[in-house]
Write a protein that binds this ligand. Structure first.
Ligand code: ATP
Length: 199
């Protein structure tokens, strides 16, 4: 089987994430896609972080389908969520399947700062989706460099969508609710409003 894991904070999940998933699904014939919200992101400071259950619920509203499941495996763990630990676990469950870890271009560009990144490369292939035209140029040499040290990095073709969760939290804080539907699944917009998140 070809199994992809898409990790992130999803605070909240937005159309950029959805575009990322669609681009990967078009590039690879996946048998299984697992969206994995992290408990505490290892690579950045969590700002105005919604609760674990709110983030998981929003991921389910945004992504869950026959071909995509949302997992609470990292949320049930202790402390920061390190990708290498998640991948060791999934490698154990799926010893002979092809594993991919999905990431946006910002993550690939800083990948050599990740905890145990060389082990990650041994455990899983990476599939990267660009977040901007500028990144599209920058990720090619980066992928080549990681491939030259034994990585298996694919770049999924995409029309980049320059959207971030930070932008969305800021729109909500400014009460610009009408703009949200340009960036979010409508069920996620409803969830944010009903649960008064990010105010
Ligand atoms: P924040 O603004 O809070 O830092 P974010 O928008 O970067 O959040 P995350 O949940 O941290 O979202 O991202 C999870 C994964 O999705 C990361 O690999 C990230 O690179 C990727 N990603 C986020 N936004 C996009 C986008 N617009 N296009 C492609 N990939 C994206």
């Amino acid at each position: 089987m070809r199994i992809a894991i898409f990790g992130g904070t999803f605070n909240p999940p937005h159309l950029g994430h959805e575009n990322c998933i669609k681009s990967v699904q078009s590039a690879l014939e996946l048998d299984k896609l697992i969206v994995m919200p992290d408990k505490l992101p290892p690579h950045k400071q969590a700002e105005n972080l919604a609760t674990e259950s709110d983030r998981l619920n929003m991921c389910r509203l945004a992504f869950e389908s026959e071909s995509c499941e949302c997992s609470d495996w990292e949320l049930k763990g202790e402390g920061r969520s390190y990708t290498v630990i998640t991948l060791r676990h999934f490698r154990e469950i799926y010893p002979s399947d092809k594993l991919y870890f999905i990431m946006g271009s910002d993550m690939l560009l800083s990948f050599d700062k990740w905890y145990c990144y060389e082990e990650i490369l041994r455990l899983s292939a990476l599939v990267c989706v660009s977040r901007s035209d500028e990144d599209t140029e920058r990720i090619k040499p980066c992928a080549e460099r990681l491939n030259s040290i034994g990585g298996d990095i694919e770049i999924a073709h995409t029309e980049p969508l320059d959207i971030s969760s930070t932008q969305i939290r800021s729109l909500v804080a400014q009460r610009k609710f009408t703009k949200l539907s340009c960036y979010l699944n409508e069920n996620v917009v409803k969830y944010i409003e009903e649960n008064r998140l990010y105010l």
